[in-house]
Write a protein that binds this ligand. Structure first.
Ligand SMILES: [Zn+2]
Length: 190
């Protein structure tokens, strides 16, 4: 169709349906260095808004944070894309992120710089997503493969040495369910 077909963002931070019911598996939790964690959270909060079309997300750990503070949009740095609420998972729940992502933002000293090149690329993707947001066949700019493989790998590694997954979910706050999925990707929600 156009040069846009060659641009794809690596998506991270979407959760399988089962996490909605059970919570987040504890093998996805990591002890961060506090300073580094602050820098990661700042970076996640500094991405450019790609789109915001699907209603508020909610915390899978059910910690009581209001849904509107979990955001409703998707952010990007021109290479990676993540839901607005991902910063909360890192900040409040120490949720692990892929080393590839962490290395890539570390190499930029945890600072997102909106260069002309990066913004040009992001604006092209934004236009394309806007045109095709509701068309499954045209969501090629958002690549979920990396993240899905990473999640599957984490689970397999864990199950190689353990036979039971412990999910973390709090039960003492009201339990809202938001069934809206971004980009109509089956089984994956932000
Ligand atoms: Zn939470």
């Amino acid at each position: 169709m156009s040069a846009l077909n060659n641009i794809s963002l690596k998506v991270i931070g979407y959760w399988p349906d089962i996490f909605e019911e059970r919570g987040i598996p504890d093998y996805l939790i990591k002890k961060y260095d506090k300073d580094i964690k602050g820098k990661i959270v700042n970076y996640l909060n500094s991405g450019v808004l790609l789109f915001s079309e699907f209603g508020h997300s909610f915390c899978r750990i059910n910690c009581g944070i209001p849904d509107n503070l979990m955001g409703s949009g998707d952010l990007t740095d021109g290479v990676w894309s993540w839901p607005e609420g991902l910063a909360h998972y890192v900040e409040a729940h120490d949720i692990l992120l892929p080393d590839d992502f962490l290395d890539s933002i570390k190499s930029k000293n945890y600072a997102f710089t909106a260069t002309e090149d990066t913004m040009g690329r992001i604006n092209l993707i934004k236009q394309n997503l806007k045109a095709f947001l509701y068309d499954n066949d045209k969501k090629d700019n958002m690549d979920m493969t990396y993240w899905n493989n990473w999640l599957n790998q984490k689970e397999s590694n864990f199950l190689a040495n353990n036979n039971k997954i412990h999910y973390i979910k709090m039960t003492n706050s009201n339990n809202k369910i938001n069934t809206k999925a971004p980009l109509n990707i089956p089984g994956i929600k932000k």
